[in-house]
Design a protein around this ligand. Sequence first.
Ligand code: ADP
Length: 319
Amino acid sequence: MDMMIEVQDLTKYYGPTLAISRLNFEVAAGEIVGFLGPNGAGKTTTLKILSGFLSPSSGTARINGRDCVTQSLEVRQSLGYLPETVPLYTDLTVTQFLRFAAQAKGVEAKAETTEMHRVMDACGLEAVQKTLIASLSKGFRQRVGLAQALMNNPPVLIFDEPTIGLDPSQIVEIRQLIKELAGAHTVILSSHILPEVSQLCQRVIIINRGQIVAGDTPENLSRQLGHGSRVRLTVQGPEIEVAAALQKIPQVQEVAGQGEGKFLVVAANDLDVRPQLARLVVERGWDLLELKAQEFTLEEVFLNLVTEEESEEKMEEES
Ligand code: ADP
């Protein structure tokens, strides 16, 4: 498999502040990967290094085989970068700005106009091409940012929090645009919003306090915490008795009654307790109306990973 992004032991200090610490990951051609983490986790720092705009303190990053430090000019010309705040020149019109972006990207003079129309078309900007950027809405400015990133059709696209600050309908539009880009490009995008990442990305890298804490498909991450270790069941029977009986199963850690015969059962050590639950209900002569493993949401996985780290750290501090 062709690796378009290769990151090895990537580390960055800002003065004494360790922003990212020995990151290792790869992104294959055509993948769309989400970089997920809370604020301050190190997402922007990593993406700036990948884009050739910031030097790491140690470690290496390569885009399409080129080193982001020693070949930063080639790297910058071979990727599209949408920074968290796009430095748009607000006193230019959309066309003027994109012409400027085309030149910066090394688009040949004779191909410039065609290329500008291609990216404007892809981002739905044709209608506002003569408008001053200053008078565009935030959503349209973000489209201009995307359009400059797409200039010269780079194989790799890097988007830092692409929907931050947009209103809900603009968010939907920008996400749709990004979805359409996937496949033809290798995309890495950062977000602190879980649904965004799980909707858009095939793979998620979770980063917390400058370190990668998990990386997998959204489905596998949800499953990691144990399929079947949490079961939802609905039983027709005397609720208090049912709850007490479920609680007595040795592998069951917790039973939460949710009314109308519904229970949420949590098993110890990620065990699948569905057979025991089914057997018990039937043996007691109650009716089993529903028995279903409840997967953890990506949000729960994320919170779990992030808080686990924090409590470990606390323990280290205390000991
Ligand atoms: P994220 O994008 O995940 O919010 P950042 O990469 O912006 O995280 O920041 C990672 C860490 O580095 C944070 O602790 C942040 O305060 C620090 N940091 C970021 N930029 C600078 C800077 N220019 N100078 C000093 N510290 C910085």
